[in-house]
Design a protein around this ligand. Structure first.
Ligand code: IDP
Length: 140
């Protein structure tokens, strides 16, 4: 299977509870390698742009407010079939539906404050990585 990249965000509910290490450990144990990482405070404009695909959804404004409510850690991850591998370890969007052993089952507070973002396709992974990282910030 091919080694690919995906994009991850450790969301404000997780940074607030000092779970950056806990989440990253679960990503690494799932076979993903952190090839870029930075802790940032997203601006409203950045969050709106990142989630533009959801702008017609009823939860869009709340989601943007949540994502700028504290620092996040944006990461590029590398591994075999990285997008699926990451989605598997993240678990379902709603932690109530997430499987045992997943990040969201372990750490998420609610369907909104669900601790992590992960790209849903290789195409979106490339777009999302480029949204936050310059090529030289990624060291494989
Ligand atoms: P995903 O993060 O599992 O890919 P998406 O459907 O792409 O899920 O939703 C993006 C993010 O929007 C979710 O991770 C969550 O933070 C938030 N979200 C999704 N559905 C709801 C909802 O019904 N209420 C509040 N927030 C939601």
């Amino acid at each position: 299977m091919a080694v690919t990249r995906t994009f991850s965000i450790i969301k404000p509910d997780a940074t607030r509870r000092n779970l950056t290490g806990g989440v990253t450990k679960m990503l690494e144990e799932a076979g993903l390698r952190v090839v870029a990482s930075k802790r940032i405070q997203m601006t409203k404009e950045q969050a709106e742009g990142f989630y533009a695909v959801h702008k017609e959804r009823p939860f869009f404004n709340d989601l943007v407010s949540f994502m700028i409510s504290g620092p996040v850690v944006v990461q590029a991850l590398e591994g075999e079939d990285a997008v699926k591998r990451n989605r598997d370890v993240m678990g379902a969007t709603n932690p109530a539906d997430a499987a045992e052993g997943t990040i969201r089952k372990t750490y998420a507070e609610s369907i909104e404050a669900n601790s992590v973002h992960g790209s849903d396709s290789d195409e979106n992974a490339a777009i999302e990585i480029a949204y936050f990282f310059k090529p030289e910030e990624i060291v494989g």
